[in-house]
Design a protein around this ligand. Sequence first.
Ligand SMILES: *Cc1c(COP(=O)(O)O)cnc(C)c1O
Length: 276
Amino acid sequence: MIWIDDRLVPESEASVSYLDRGYYFGDGIYEVFRVYGGQLYEAEAHYDRLERSAGAIGLRLPYTRKELGGILRSLLDSEQVQDGSVYMQITRGVAPRAHDFPAGVRPVLLAYCTASARPLAMMRTGVSVITRPDIRWLRCDLKTLNLLGSVLAKQEAKEQGADDVIWHRDGTVTECSASNLMIVKDGAVLTHPANHLILHGVTRAVVLRLTREQGIAAEERAFSLETLAQAEEAFLTGTTMEIVPIVRIDGMPVGGGVPGPVTRRLQQAFEATLPS
Ligand SMILES: *Cc1c(COP(=O)(O)O)cnc(C)c1O
């Protein structure tokens, strides 16, 4: 079942207007929620970010947080999903094509859930990545539908036989195409500060909290491509990926070329936060 136009409909009946601004301008925002054991994980943090993204682009959410919770509940119940994710996007609505905001238009919310297992094999063996200039705009803190930069990055990684891209701006490392990046340097976890140059990941925040609980030194500080190349460990964080080790960067092994001890310890600590 799909939530669209204020109701739950079978997939075969779900459609969107050719005048939807999401289609012309990428004029909208989205969230991906994780579901474990039929329960939403860190739901409040995702609602917070959704509200922040909406506010920053002047989009009035068509539902209260409580109503959004009801919509998500009805989706999970209709599909009986135990482990998976919910995709939710809100566009500015349907109106004749013009760049400025249309008057009196109701935003369009689309949401559906998909069953998916945790990426356990990838979490165990790790991924390889390439580094590229960050070609996105300067509001990377907003989870908007303008994802062309990420699309091109992911495709280039694939064509190079890699799994993802690590972005940098003039040599300062930011994040990956759809996840945040952390490295371990001199035993301490480093990650770019949560400013306008990266998406403020919910998983990133959980992992930073876990470093404090585990007594692992961690710093939100920008670092260079040179520091990245000298990292003992590297890993990415994201709602569906959780914590995935990065074992090769631009063809060179990271540390010993296998997931490192700090990464594995954080993976275990993360696992302990999941509903059993
Ligand atoms: C969604 C996203 C992340 C990860 O955020 P989570 O809340 O942990 O899923 C990181 N970077 C980008 C560019 C993203 O779109």
